[in-house]
Structure formats: structure tokens, C-alpha cells
Design a protein around this ligand. Structure first.
Ligand SMILES: *Cc1c(COP(=O)(O)O)cnc(C)c1O
Length: 390
């Protein structure tokens, strides 16, 4: 039944009865331990031989982490999942499990900046090349795929929210024998289930919507038993970016409200994006639902989008004047946030390039939280009034 789970069906978010949960606690316990002991020599041998599956050491398997992995696999329709200490740990361990020196990756342009930097530093040193393509241009993707090892997708993309026909891109990868992976942090499984569209692996920064409360940094990857097994046996144990039991427990808590949170983020963000688009002082709003029809497979939109002010608007005054929107990176929590593009363009991290991320100097990225549309709009209006006063 795992593959058929409906992401809006809260029953898919309940934790199954577990013999080890002595009190049948509705919230599963945090198994905060580094190691697990054995009753006998024979039991230990059986575990080492893989004849019985049971926790040995928390870097390998931990029951609280497993509860989160199973919930997430169910939501995405995966056979298995693997939790990580961060989204970047999920990205690096996944990519490193599939490439060797001399290999090539095809990646969509404007992907998450630190993924871009991973490709431009460690992978470059490993002699792995990356070809960047516009994910909306399927011809360009098809041309780049022959001979590639991995197709790295992110849709919508991180700042300009370019949305792709994920199913079409996955089909192209399959035709060329290329493993496809997508960063699905923005849409979450509530609005996009890439495995059902033919993508091989789906990963998340669980620090964003999956956690949803801005109190955990974590990552996860899900897909077939075979592909997850490869990551589990290669990069995961030796790079060691494991998810902690307490963070997994916070994620289990976060997932329970994911469907209603996503609907609330969607409604408020769409309303605010439309109101911004109607203003003279706004040049463009980068929100997938405003740009075009949503591509097939993307069934809703989340709370993160960006827009570009026309010349003459004082973005610094705008940012400083906001009260509900806080200046801050990340997104996906209950709180509304703003990141001015001009600030990101000054970041010291290397490699860095405005072109690579599509960030316009007069742009602003907003995360629309759960404070309520009208209160957030009043905040934006007051800040825009201050930013256009001469
Ligand atoms: C934040 C983010 C990441 C990285 O996740 P961390 O948990 O911060 O390591 C990856 N992809 C996207 C789209 C993100 O927004």
C-alpha cells in the first residue's frame, strides 16, 4: 500500500504499532542512544552477518530515525528512504554514490547555490564535469544527456522558481540510461511526487517544509530499495552524515501537519504574489502559478517566491521597515522571511555567480509563513510606502 498512499490522507502519517513501544505512546519515543547491546554471542553474529535486521549503532540504524524515514517514503511513494544530518549531506552522499572520475552530471541551471558549489569544488576536483541546462528547454536537456551519469533536477528552482515538466525530463533520462534525482524541497510531497512521475530519487532539505518549525537541520532521500541501498552501503556510512534521533523525532512531529501547513502557505503566498504583481513598483513576480500553467505533476505551490522591484525602490529601507517579515535565510517554517537579492550577490562563498542562480540585484525573496495574509500584506504595504518616499 505504500506506493498508493495519498499525501493528503493523514492516515499515511500515523506511526504503525511497534512492539518496542511498550506504552503505545501516540508519539514515538526518542531512542537517544549511540549503540544497542546484544543478548548473546549468537545474536551478535546473526546481526553482523545480516541474518537479522536490528539496530547495532546509531550511525547505521536507529528506530526514531527509521520512523521518520518510513513516513517520508510513504508520502513520496518510495520503497525506502534514508535520513541525513542536513539537506546538503543528502545531496552530497546521493551524488557521490553515483559518480566516478571522468563522469558527467547534467544539472538544471539556477539550482540551490550550495549544490552548485559542491559541483564546482569537490566534484570538479574528482574530475566530474557538470553541464548546466535550462530545465524548461527539453531539447537542450536531451542533447546534454548522452554519456551523462546523473540528471540533477530541482523544480521549481531556488530563486527564480522556474518550473519544469519533471515527468518529461525523467523520461528523457531513462531513455539515455541516466539516473535522475530531484530536489523536491520547495513543493514537498504534498504538491509534487516525482517518483510517480518517473524520477529515480527524490531528496529534500528536511530543514524546510518537512520539519516546518525552523528548529531542525536535516535531509532525506527516497526511491527504490536498490538505489537507496546503494547510497546506504556506499556514501552514507563512510561520509557519516547521519540524522540524529532527536532531529528525526522533530521531523516526525513536523510531518503530521505537513498537508495543512502546505495549503496555508499556498493560499497566502498566491494572494500576496498576485497583489504584488498588480503594483506599479513591481517589475516581475517569480511565482510558478503566475508565470504560466503549472507543469504536469506540480499540483500546488508553496510559500516561497521572489519578485523584482522597479528601479527607484529603496530595497534596504523596505527590508529594514518590515516587522513581521524577518531578514533571514532558509524558509519552510511558520514565520515569514525576506532575503534581498543584493545581499546574496555579495556573499563571499565560492564559486559564486549571479548568472548561476538567476538572482537580480533588485529582487527580493519572500517566504510567506502562517501569520495570516492580511497582517502580512499590511506589513509589506507599510514597508513599500517607506521604500518609495523620496
Ligand atoms: C536549504 C536547501 C538545501 C540545503 O539543505 P540544508 O538542510 O540547509 O543542508 C537544499 N536544497 C534547497 C532547495 C534548499 O532550499
Amino acid at each position: 500500500m505504500i506506493n498508493g498512499a495519498d499525501p493528503f490522507d493523514f492516515a499515511s502519517l500515523t506511526v504503525a504499532h511497534d512492539e518496542a513501544n511498550a506504552f503505545d505512546a501516540v508519539v514515538p519515543p526518542i531512542v537517544q542512544t549511540s549503540l544497542f547491546t546484544f543478548g548473546s554471542y549468537d545474536e551478535m553474529v546473526a546481526a553482523y552477518r545480516g541474518e537479522i535486521v536490528r539496530p547495532i549503532y546509531t550511525r547505521g540504524l536507529n528506530p526514531t530515525v527509521r520512523a521518520f524515514e518510513e513516513m517520508l517514503a510513504k508520502l513520496e511513494g518510495g520503497e525506502d528512504a534514508l535520513g541525513f544530518a542536513s539537506g546538503m549531506a543528502a545531496i552530497s552522499s546521493t551524488v557521490l554514490s553515483f559518480v566516478e572520475p571522468g563522469d558527467r552530471i547534467v544539472a538544471v541551471r539556477h539550482c540551490y547555490p550550495d549544490a552548485y558549489r559542491l559541483f564546482g569544488t569537490h566534484l570538479k576536483r574528482m574530475k566530474v564535469d557538470v553541464t548546466y541546462v535550462d530545465g524548461r528547454d527539453e531539447e537542450a536537456v536531451a542533447k546534454a544527456l548522452p554519456g551523462a551519469r546523473l540528471l540533477y533536477l530541482e523544480s521549481p528552482t531556488s530563486w527564480v522558481m522556474e518550473a519544469h515538466d519533471v515527468g518529461a525530463l525523467a523520461a528523457l533520462a531513462r531513455r539515455h540510461g541516466v539516473v535522475s534525482v530531484i530536489d523536491n524541497s520547495w513543493a514537498s510531497p504534498i504538491f509534487q511526487r516525482p517518483l510517480s512521475l518517473g524520477v529515480d530519487l527524490v531528496l529534500h532539505s528536511a530543514s524546510k517544509y518537512l520539519g516546518g518549525h525552523s528548529d531542525v537541520v536535516a535531509g532525506v532521500v527516497t526511491g527504490s530499495k536498490e538505489l537507496i541501498g546503494r547510497i546506504r552501503s556506499e556514501a552514507y556510512p563512510y561520509l557519516g552524515g547521519k540524522l540524529s534521533p532527536f532531529d528525526a523525532w522533530l521531523l516526525v512531529r513536523g510531518l503530521r501537519t505537513l498537508p495543512i501547513r502546505m495549503k496555508a502557505h499556498e493560499a497566502a503566498a498566491l494572494e500576496i504574489a498576485k497583489r504584488l504583481q498588480a503594483l506599479d513598483i513591481v517589475e516581475t513576480v517569480c511565482h510558478p502559478a503566475l508565470a504560466n500553467r503549472l507543469p504536469p505533476g506540480l499540483t500546488g505551490t508553496s510559500g516561497l517566491f521572489s519578485f523584482v522591484f522597479r528601479e527607484g525602490v529603496d530595497v534596504k529601507t523596505f527590508a529594514d521597515r518590515l516587522q513581521l517579515f524577518k531578514l533571514g535565510v532558509s524558509w519552510g517554517g511558520h514565520e515569514s522571511l525576506i532575503v534581498p537579492g543584493e545581499v546574496v550577490l555579495q556573499q563571499k562563498a565560492q564559486p559564486n555567480s549571479a548568472h548561476a542562480f538567476g538572482i537580480h540585484a533588485r529582487s527580493v525573496r519572500l517566504h510567506i509563513g502562517l501569520e495570516g495574509t492580511e497582517a502580512l500584506w499590511r506589513d509589506l504595504e507599510a514597508a513599500m510606502a517607506a521604500a518609495t518616499e523620496n
